[in-house]
Design a binder for this molecule. Structure first.
Ligand code: 5RP
Length: 297
């Protein structure tokens, strides 16, 4: 067991140096996975850009009818054509999304404490088992973890069970770094949490953009996608996405900054331009305004 006192700080990240693996498959850390895993990852990550736009609308699983998501059946369907993957619970997908969609499905498989509790890391467990995930034709399984909180052990067990079940059927796992009430939001925290999730088997890690983000990315052996967090003005959200992609994120798994925009479709499209087409934040914002203004006419 490594002694955790007096460790030398990590500092050599080989920034700008290409990985020695990943010559034959476009998803970081997936070179040695089997065909089914790669096929599913290739459905999430576009082969040309190497990136993904995931639309997160799972907020209701702890927050109830979140602003912008009061009516999933009305709000979400028009956005789907603009994204590569949807991330949600089985209940919302089954009831509000047509099975005719041809997009990747990232299924949240755990439950957590509702917002009625002070801290959502209180406790959680399996909300959807692997058989049901397969019935939902899940492309990916999402498990949330609470590194540094009282829920850490439980959530790492959930992650491990999810990874094991996913490996059995070649379904990759997205490990979600949660930032609960008590948790830090420092570069050091995100480095720690993303690396722990990857080492415990997550094939993709969802985290937050932070200072020195390229060091977080460099030290994480699988792709990182960023959450959007609370609603920002569109220009700022696009700048965050642009910086994250420029510093190595392989996509976004964004919710509120899309569906709480006055023009969610335009925002979705603009995010896609940054993620897949090398648009700068300013170019993407102009794109957003053009679409938004045309809708207002
Ligand atoms: C929280 C999640 C949520 O899906 C995600 O954070 C929501 O996206 P956004 O922050 O962009 O609204 O995984 O743990």
């Amino acid at each position: 067991m490594a002694d955790n006192i007096g460790n030398i700080d990590a500092k050599e990240y080989y920034l700008g140096v290409d990985g020695v693996e990943n010559k034959s498959f476009h998803v970081k850390g997936a070179e040695h996975l089997d065909w089914g895993m790669k096929n599913r990852l290739a459905k999430i990550f576009n082969e040309k850009s190497g990136n993904t736009v995931m639309l997160a609308f799972d907020h209701g699983y702890i927050m109830g009818p979140t602003s912008g998501l009061e009516r999933l059946d009305i709000v979400i369907p028009p956005l789907i054509e603009h994204v590569d993957c949807i991330m949600a619970t089985r209940g919302s997908i089954r009831s509000c999304i047509s099975p005719n969609i041809d997009k990747a499905i990232c299924l949240r498989i755990g439950y957590d404490s509702s917002v009625l509790y002070d801290d959502m890391s209180n406790g959680g467990g399996v909300a959807c088992n692997i058989e049901n995930a397969i019935r939902m034709n899940a492309t990916c399984l999402a498990a949330q973890t609470f590194i540094g909180s009282s829920g850490e052990k439980n959530s790492l067990e959930l992650l491990a069970k999810t990874v094991d079940a996913g490996v059995k059927y070649s379904i990759p796992t997205l490990g979600v770094v949660a930032v609960g009430k008590e948790m830090e939001r420092t570069t050091k925290f995100f480095q720690l949490a993303t690396r722990i999730l990857a080492e415990n088997g997550a094939n993709i890690v969802k985290s937050y953009y932070c200072d020195d983000f390229e060091k977080v990315v460099a030290a994480c052996p699988v792709p990182i996608v960023i959450a959007g967090g609370k609603k920002l003005p569109e220009a700022e959200a696009l700048t965050m996405a642009y910086r994250a992609i420029s510093e190595g994120a392989r996509g976004v798994d964004m919710g509120r900054n899309i569906f709480q925009s006055e023009h969610p479709e335009a925002m979705c499209g603009a995010i896609g331009k940054v993620v897949h087409e090398n648009f700068t934040d300013k170019e993407a914002y102009e794109f957003f305004l053009d679409i938004a203004n045309s809708k207002n006419e």
